[in-house]
Design a protein around this ligand. Structure first.
Ligand SMILES: [Mg+2]
Length: 339
């Protein structure tokens, strides 16, 4: 069980030979590149690490994902991308005979993935599909839900690309594939048979096998998808604080959602990670000490705020005290909106 962030006397790359990267909140946020991401990834490549981009979004095919990454200044090829649509198609191709019919609830990108693995996509339950595959698509709506419900009730296997309840947008969270799957689940009174995307470990394992990695490292910004997926895949992970996770959420993380390493951003791949120190009830990192006092974590010292967060995690994950003392947290820079 992770009781404190790990130390690494050497930079994480090339000690880890393949970096499995989440996209939104790590490389870009919406339409903007995350500061330092492109330079850090370029330096990681120069240091000898492989990169692989792992996305739950089933509405864009790998070449488009790579193109989008290049638009943010990140060199990427389609061979370095795995999507949950590809993962779902690969899974169905293993389970069904060639040419079997699959009802697609989702974008044309998902239809194309199903065709590419030698299965026959359809949009109609009357084609007697052996399976239903459901992924996010802007055009998904009631008519596709009807076909899915009919096919599932007739006995088709049901595969969901992912269960993210929301998608980030400039107007805040909007319904993601998990919300659309929930609509069908309510109608058929059961859950999908298989889920492919994070936090399931399948995409990390497929990517790692495809690249022949010996020591993969998962990098993400979400505890309940990226980090939990890494734990389930039994791979070490790096949480970057450029996305959705706040210090308070990290401190309260249950054991199966605790990252191995912490960093401000992707530059954390290229740096050593400092040792945690213990002194009685206190935990120290860099210039900071953390301790539990009056039911809260109090921080003293100065230096890098990421070290204050590392020390606070060591206290929270061993004592169960997860509240931060407001004044000392503010002095250490551990504020609600980290970015
Ligand atoms: Mg993310």
């Amino acid at each position: 069980m992770t009781s404190e962030p790990l130390a690494s006397p050497d930079p994480l790359v090339p000690a880890y030979d393949l970096v499995l990267l989440d996209l939104d909140g790590v490389v870009y946020i919406g339409d903007h590149a995350v500061p330092h991401a492109a330079e850090a990834l370029s330096a990681a490549r120069d240091a000898g690490a492989g990169l692989h981009f792992v996305t739950n979004n089933a509405s864009r095919r790998a070449p488009r994902v790579a193109e989008r990454l290049r638009g943010f200044g990140v060199a990427a090829t389609e061979d370095e991308v795995i999507t949950s649509a590809q993962g779902a198609a690969a899974l169905l191709a293993r389970q069904l005979p060639a040419g079997a019919t699959v009802l697609v609830v989702g974008a044309d990108a998902l239809v194309a993935e199903i065709s590419d693995v030698g299965l026959r996509p359809t949009r109609s339950a009357d084609d007697k599909p052996a399976a239903v595959v459901q992924g996010y698509g802007r055009e998904v709506g009631w008519e596709q839900f009807v076909e899915a419900a009919v096919a599932i009730r007739r006995g088709a296997q049901w595969v969901a690309t992912n269960l993210d309840l929301t998608l980030p947008s400039a107007r805040g969270p909007v319904p993601g594939n998990g919300s659309l799957v929930a609509a069908v689940a309510a109608a058929v009174d059961r859950r999908p048979d298989v889920v492919v995307g994070k936090p399931e470990p399948a995409l990390f394992r497929q990517a790692s096998q495809r690249r022949g990695a010996a020591r993969p490292l998962v990098v993400g910004d979400r505890l309940d998808t990226d980090i939990e997926g890494a734990v389930r895949a039994e791979m070490p992970s790096l949480l970057v604080m450029t996305g959705v996770t706040s210090p308070a959420e990290l401190l309260a993380a249950p054991p199966h959602q605790r990252p191995s390493y912490l960093a401000e951003d992707l530059r954390g791949l290229l740096a050593p990670h400092p040792e945690l120190r213990r002194d009685g009830e206190r935990a120290g990192c860099g210039g900071w000490w953390a301790e539990s006092a009056d039911g809260a974590i109090r921080l003293t010292g100065d230096g890098e705020r990421i070290d204050a967060l590392r020390a606070a995690c060591a206290i929270a994950w061993t004592t169960g005290v997860t509240e931060l003392d407001t004044d000392s947290a503010r002095a250490a820079g551990l504020v609600a909106s980290w970015t």
